[in-house]
Design a protein around this ligand. Sequence first.
Ligand SMILES: [Zn+2]
Ligand SMILES: [Zn+2]
Length: 258
Amino acid sequence: MAIDLISRKAWGARSPRGSHTRLDSTKGVKVHYTGGRVDPRIVDEHDRCTALVRSIQNSHMDGNGWIDIGYSFVACPHKKVFEGRGLNRLPAANGSGLNRGHYAVLGLVGNAGLLEPPDGMLHAILDAIDHTRQNGRAGDEIKGHRDGYATDCPGGPLYAWVRRGAPRPDGGGNGAPEPPGVPPFPGRLLKYPPVTRGDDVRTWQAKMAEREWEIDVDGAYGPQSRDVCRRFQRQQKIDDDGVVGPVTWRRTWEAPQG
Ligand SMILES: [Zn+2]
Ligand SMILES: [Zn+2]
């Protein structure tokens, strides 16, 4: 699967303040999250991903005093990979003494807001990993930042995926076909507050009603829809943020009933 790589020039990266340290090879990759709040609206609008990556570079250079963004690559929900420090350059995000061992790949989720990595982001993380293996002499390891370092990073949902062996999702990525029977994800998050209205809400509510949840099929995603969504997410053991994103949407049709 070809990587959709956004060069530093294309995302408007600042020049590094010093020269990068050469990195010949690594044992693999460590996966990260932002550690802060990520605005869920990045899912709707890729321009917001670009702005976020720029702000991360600014905070690493101006706040942390690093020469550049600390990550090797950054994966966004749109199956796109931003070039951070890139291949064969020492990252800074893994923690002191741990940067030579692994490239650092950031998924644009956080500890608030967007918590659950959409499938497109998981594809992008894997595309970045394949790229480091094929072109940057990375080994097979895929680990979380918290492996060997005291941090919550990369957060519960992303770390659980790493521990499952970082499987490539079946569908839901940018352009990847949904499995048969699953209507295409509407491309926006269904959430409350404020009330989200539309046919996509009605489609989701109708399927939940068919699954025998007590829910009004009225095309308005309010407190009742949110609460039903949360209970469904808990039942599915996925992050219970009460927001219908790509993963919850797919599970609504795919999860075995009863
Ligand atoms: Zn991290
Ligand atoms: Zn994006």
